[in-house]
Design a protein around this ligand. Structure first.
Ligand SMILES: CC(C)(COP(=O)(O)OP(=O)(O)OC[C@H]1O[C@@H](n2cnc3c(N)ncnc32)[C@H](O)[C@@H]1OP(=O)(O)O)[C@@H](O)C(=O)NCCC(=O)NCCS
Length: 186
């Protein structure tokens, strides 16, 4: 119990009061519309993204059961499409370019727990924010993981199941764990 309280205290310290309110609002309001299918779901989810994102250039398609955290730290371009069951945590900041397509079950998380000090449980160590940048015309395949601090350069294709630990080259196709470039888009 003591550790659980300390966990929330450690977390709360890094936010302003306004951010804590936004986090609570975001959790409940997104939850209300998360699983509604088709257009009855796309429209309210788009409106929520407009409300919460720092920037959103045009209509975006958020399929059912996408989980978005720290949405107020997301800057997003035109024609963003994200498929079901994807988890996006923008704690460290997330910039999304134009025409980005994210597949099913993808994890995009821009925060990392510090773990080095073995005398302190990981739950009580700091979260390091590392911004993720996804440039224009990027396609992320199903089940990929985009690690904190990574930049996916313009035109990158991330293969299904890849774990992207390093920034990519423009128009590269990367696959595997850790993700490696196998070719370029012609
Ligand atoms: C990365 C991808 C786009 C490449 O497609 P492609 O250009 O047709 O490439 P190929 O199928 O010719 O594969 C080239 C090589 O990479 C390997 N490869 C392809 N995709 C791979 C992946 N996701 N993980 C590991 N290796 C992969 C192939 O086995 C092949 O290896 P080989 O040359 O030793 O035989 C595709 O395989 C992929 O992962 N697409 C994502 C699909 C998806 O997730 N859809 C749903 C979400 S919208």
């Amino acid at each position: 119990m003591q550790n659980s309280i300390s966990y929330f205290k450690t977390k709360a310290k890094v936010y302003t009061v306004w951010e804590l309110i936004l986090l609570e609002l975001e959790s409940y309001i997104f939850w209300m519309f998360r699983s509604i299918p088709s257009f009855l779901g796309f429209i309210p989810r788009y409106l929520l993204c407009r409300l919460f994102f720092k920037r959103l250039k045009s209509f975006c398609v958020i399929q059912p059961n996408v989980f978005i955290s720290h949405s107020f730290r997301i800057k997003c371009g035109k024609n963003f499409v994200v498929n079901s069951n994807t988890y996006i945590n923008a704690v460290g900041g997330l910039i999304i370019g134009d025409n980005v397509l994210v597949g099913l079950n993808v994890v995009i998380s821009s925060g990392e727990h510090q773990y080095q000090d073995k005398k302190i449980p990981v739950t009580l160590q700091k979260i390091i924010n590392k911004k993720i940048i996804i440039k224009d015309d990027v396609w992320i395949g199903a089940n990929a993981v985009i690690m904190p601090g990574v930049t996916l350069e313009t035109g990158t294709v991330v293969g299904a199941g890849a774990v992207v630990t390093k920034s990519t080259e423009p128009y590269s196709v990367v696959v595997g764990v850790p993700a490696k470039r196998i070719k370029s888009r012609s």
